[in-house]
Design a protein around this ligand. Structure first.
Ligand code: FMN
Length: 496
């Protein structure tokens, strides 16, 4: 059964013993972050936290509890996406896209449901009053100070919304986008929207600004967990994230009409902020913000959002996350993306066997890729292909190894790659767009990339010496020692 709301997700997390309720009074300013950081840094990602007694900036008690680290373990990200194993979702996508045209009519008919799988659960409009609109504040009644937005690090420019779904529409094609972009709270009814220039929300805004039209924006907090994850997924601009969430959860996402603009909102959200951006207005200073690089992002100029309505459930929970030096909760969201998107990457770069973005590489800094190398120069072909794909184009360092290397184990990937390179020959630099958060590049969002060819070198690649074998014990000896092992009485850490 799909989880339909944040409270159902929290109940399910509690049922698997991964929720910790905090009843002591704790401040939204820095204290929740410090507690969450200690949990997120613990082995396995620590428990999800529900803060039931939260103190606001003015010292009064918040009417709303704060939930944090809900997605921050392997069990919980799987629970959120309704799967036992993240790769199962990749397998479902593989099945859908690797369809050979079958011979017989019956086989052809059997295919139809599989092709329709992605579109089987489109978002559904819901009549009547949506749960997220049980309480409504409009215009002057909007007061964002009542919500326990977090200040996450001492050097932050203010309070931030850290786990939002930002909903906008492509004015030319009418396609919805849902993106997870942090938002700074500027006043009781204004916000600064930190969508980076490579993201779809920012492209919609540029298009609206070119048309000189006011841009409606909706910010949803909570909703079903597959939708919350989908906001962070790098889907092409032509795919509505709520359609994708429907595919993940095998049930439609229910939507309701916003009250003060033409967009739709997830009916099951905890809270919704409706508003607009006026492209005629000057940009506002956003940041600094303690970011997922582990360093502060510098303050910069971003569009201002005017909030025209704040709607919520009768007793909402405010969902948040914390970013900072990895590992943090976002590792699990990004890891789900890594697993789910593998078959899509393979569609255009079929020699890819596997890939992995280890936590300290914060996704865009380091990507290990294993390939089935069939011809000379193929590692370079793969790197060039990846630097030409969506957000993978922002990857700063790519390390390519042969198919047998387990890239999900960074120690193994580095061990093999570093053994296999002659640095002057096997390291190349390229130029291109880089992530907005890269503080070292020569220009803002422009800089160099490094490709490392850690594959075995071939004669045709100019390698004339003999390539050595990897050391491995023979099977007979291993089998004999397996038998003998219990009698030896040697106890190793990690063994039962
Ligand atoms: C916790 C978290 C915070 C994020 N904050 C931002 C942000 O402030 N700005 C941004 O552009 N992307 C941010 N991202 C990354 C985007 O959510 C991600 O790139 C997503 O694919 C964007 O959606 P889009 O492709 O529809 O634009 C964040 C991701 C996570 C998981």
């Amino acid at each position: 059964m799909a989880l339909d709301s944040l409270s159902e997700f929290i109940t399910a997390i509690e049922a698997i013993g991964e929720l910790h309720r905090v009843t002591q009074p704790v401040r939204a300013r820095l204290e929740i972050a410090e507690i969450a950081d200690r949990c997120m840094k613990s082995p396995g990602g620590g428990p999800a936290l529900l803060f039931e007694h939260v103190l606001l900036e003015n010292g009064s008690r918040s009417a709303f509890p704060v939930a944090i680290n809900l997605f921050g373990s392997m069990n919980r990200i799987c629970l959120a996406l309704g799967t036992g194993r993240l790769d199962q979702i990749g397998d479902r996508i593989s099945e859908m896209i690797h369809i050979k045209v079958p011979e017989g009519l019956l086989e052809k008919l059997a295919l139809l449901p599989r092709l329709a799988e992605m579109a089987k659960f489109p978002p559904r409009s819901r009549g009547g009053r949506a749960p997220c609109q049980e309480t409504i504040f409009r215009d002057d009644a909007v007061d964002l100070d009542m919500i326990p937005f977090l200040t996450t690090w001492p050097g932050d420019g203010g309070r931030y919304i850290t786990l939002p779904l930002v909903i906008t529409e492509d004015p030319a094609r009418g396609i919805r986008n849902v993106g997870m972009y942090r938002i700074q709270v500027l006043s009781r009814n204004t916000l600064a929207m930190h969508w980076q220039r490579h993201k779809v929300g920012a492209a919609h805004w540029r298009e609206m600004a070119a048309r000189k039209e006011r841009m409606p924006v909706v910010i949803a907090l909570g909703g079903d967990p597959a939708s919350v994850y989908s906001g962070s997924a790098p889907l092409p601009p032509t795919i509505d994230e709520f359609l994708f969430a429907g595919f993940l959860r095998r049930a439609p996402v229910e939507l309701a009409k916003a009250i003060t603009c033409d967009l739709e909102v997830p009916a099951e959200a905890e809270m919704v902020l409706e508003g607009y951006i006026d492209p005629a207005e000057d940009l506002v200073l956003e940041g600094p913000f303690g970011d997922h690089t582990g360093f502060y992002s510098l303050a910069d100029y971003y569009p201002r959002v005017h909030v025209t309505a704040l709607t919520m459930r009768r007793a909402p929970v405010y969902p948040a996350t914390l970013v900072g030096r990895p590992p943090m909760e976002d590792y699990y969201l990004g890891h789900a993306t890594e697993r789910i998107f593998l078959p899509l990457l393979k569609l255009t770069v079929p020699e890819i066997v596997d890939y992995h973005m280890p936590a300290p590489g914060i996704f865009h800094n380091l990507v290990f890729v294993s390939i089935d190398k069939q011809y000379p120069g193929q590692a370079w072909k793969v790197m060039n292909a990846l630097w030409g794909q969506g957000l993978m184009s922002l990857a700063k360092v790519l390390v390519v190894v042969d198919r047998e290397v387990n890239v999900r184990d960074p120690d193994e990937a580095w061990w093999v790659a570093l053994n296999h390179i002659d640095p002057e020959r096997d390291v190349r630099f390229s130029l291109g767009p880089v992530d907005v958060l890269d503080h070292a590049s020569r220009g803002f969002t422009f800089g160099s990339k490094m490709g490392i060819d850690g594959t075995r070198k071939w004669k045709e690649e100019g390698f004339e010496r003999e390539w050595p074998q990897r050391i491995e014990m023979d099977a007979a000896t291993r089998a004999r020692i397996d038998q003998l092992w219990p009698q030896l009485g040697i106890r190793l850490k990690g063994e039962e």
